[in-house]
Design a binder for this molecule. Structure first.
Ligand code: IPE
Ligand code: IPE
Ligand code: MG
Length: 239
């Protein structure tokens, strides 16, 4: 980033709710799936840019547990894009040493997609650069439900006592176990809601919403979000 503004603090963990692909296409009289194709291009370029800014963790919301409700035609188009995307991401992020991890319930995807997800994680596992969490079939409530189930099992097997459970026990049962909570959550497409994104982890995240639709989101838009983040006074409940 161009730092005419003095020293900027770069958030350690950034989450992005990549919204607005459908509206972007509609504005152009194109099918929604074309919006997703362009959104996928933004995903690549912005990931590289953000890693070069020194962000340590980037979580991109690509498909929610509720997005299965969409017309089959759109879901199928998205799956086709994911396939291509996963194939590309085997090599795409190598140059920037980006470690790719998937969060969400991958078991719902077709077998070939699951294989690609596993392969992508495997080839990237020893990389030392930014960690990219791609949230696919991700839902914050689903994640918490799984955490609760796991903790119930621990209690039942006498590995933990119910009365002594801690917030840390919950964190360590989430997909993001071991990672810092997001500092900044950006939402494109103008809505002011989380739509089931990182419900537990977002407790003290700074929320930034922009009207820019995801396929139009550029490096400058990310810079603006970071500038705004630098003006926020994070108190974490203190004074
Ligand atoms: C975000 O764009 C991509 C996914 C949710 C998969 P949308 O498809 O939600 O686009 P809008 O919000 O309808 O414009
Ligand atoms: C949130 O966008 C999910 C992703 C960006 C993957 P949606 O378009 O699904 O959210 P709502 O329906 O507007 O809340
Ligand atoms: Mg949307």
């Amino acid at each position: 980033m161009n730092s005419e503004h003095g020293k900027l603090y770069i958030p350690e963990h950034v989450g992005i709710i990549m919204d607005g692909n459908g509206r972007w296409a509609k504005k152009r009289g194109l099918p929604r799936s074309v919006g997703h194709t362009y959104g996928a291009k933004t995903f690549k370029t912005i990931t590289r840019y953000i890693s070069r800014q020194g962000v340590k963790y980037l979580t991109l919301y690509a498909f929610s547990t509720e997005n299965w409700k969409r017309p089959l035609e759109e879901v199928n188009a998205l799956m086709k894009i994911f396939r291509q995307y996963l194939i590309d991401s085997l090599t795409d992020f190598r140059e920037d040493d980006i470690k790719v991890v998937f969060i969400g319930d991958r078991s719902a995807f077709a077998e070939d997609i699951i294989d690609l997800i596993n392969e992508t994680e495997e080839v990237a596992k020893d990389r030392k650069g930014m960690q990219l969490n791609i949230a696919m079939n991700y839902g914050g409530r689903d994640e918490l439900l799984n955490a609760v189930k796991g903790l119930c099992r621990d209690v039942k097997e006498n590995k933990k006592s119910a009365d002594e459970l801690t917030e840390q026990d919950i964190s360590s049962r989430l997909y993001t176990a071991g990672q810092p909570d997001p500092d900044l959550i950006i939402r494109t497409g103008g809505e002011h809601r989380l739509s089931n994104f990182m419900l537990y982890q977002a407790a003290y995240a700074e929320f930034y919403s922009t009207d820019t639709l995801w396929p139009d989101f550029k490096a400058e838009d990310f810079d603006k979000a970071v500038l705004e983040f630098n003006k926020r006074n994070r108190r974490f409940g203190g004074v």
